[in-house]
Design a protein around this ligand. Structure first.
Ligand SMILES: CC(C)(COP(=O)(O)OP(=O)(O)OC[C@H]1O[C@@H](n2cnc3c(N)ncnc32)[C@H](O)[C@@H]1OP(=O)(O)O)[C@@H](O)C(=O)NCCC(=O)NCCS
Length: 188
């Protein structure tokens, strides 16, 4: 039986404000913890959960500190609840080390997280479409993206096709890391 509940409240995609910080941090904690549990690696990779949450919170803070210049977030709201995030900004170290991307012209789409109970209702798609529009409006034609979660890798492979780079056993046996580089126009 599906664990998803269908919410009929309309979702709006907006820029985060300082007042949203606590809600967005709670979303990271909840969604990242859930994703690791779903992968069956929450115990094995407890320190990676902490690191990933801290990285996301720091990325959000760089957005808030620079008013969207150093990192650019969008959040999805259902009523007054923050239910999802997506961002773009400079590519992370794993991408830079394994794919020759020009950091100045090829940003990373990152921080795509939807609260578990709101997943599979099109919110991730709405966030991606809004980020894509923003990137295009900024005159950028290419982006990169990476993922270490098996479930998210299926999602991105469905959306973007096969990755450019697969780092086999990067996170342990059969736990690969995948990296994509695509035209912004390929995000549908
Ligand atoms: C991956 C994620 C962002 C997708 O957001 P979402 O709101 O659930 O996605 P949508 O409802 O927009 O789904 C769009 C399509 O992808 C499919 N889909 C959703 N999650 C999927 C998954 N894990 N694997 C494969 N397909 C998936 C949906 O069935 C839907 O297909 P359809 O258009 O043919 O009906 C969200 O599930 C999530 O936050 N997952 C946990 C965190 C994570 O892995 N983030 C990515 C970090 S790289």
């Amino acid at each position: 039986m599906s664990s998803f509940i269908t919410f009929n409240m309309p979702v709006t995609i907006v820029r985060p404000k300082l007042a949203d910080k606590d809600a967005v941090c709670s979303l990271f904690i909840h969604t990242i913890g859930h994703a690791f549990k779903r992968e069956g690696i929450a115990v094995l990779h407890a320190s990676d959960i902490e690191r990933e949450i801290t990285e996301q919170i720091n990325t959000l803070q760089r957005d808030l500190d620079s008013n969207g210049r150093d990192e650019y977030f969008l959040i999805a709201r259902a009523g007054d609840k923050v239910v999802g995030t997506a961002a773009y900004g400079p590519a992370n170290t794993i991408i830079r080390d394994n794919l020759s991307v020009d950091v100045a012209t090829t940003p990373e789409i990152k921080s795509v997280y939807v609260l578990p109970e709101y997943q599979c209702q099109g919110i991730g798609t709405q966030l991606l479409q809004a980020i894509r529009k923003r990137i295009q409006d900024d005159g950028i034609t290419d982006f990169c993206l990476d993922s270490g979660y098996t479930s998210a890798q299926r999602y991105w492979t469905n959306r973007l096709g096969e990755p450019q780079v697969v780092l086999n056993d990067y996170w342990g046996t059969n736990a690969h890391h995948m990296i994509w580089r695509r035209r912004v126009a390929d995000v549908t």
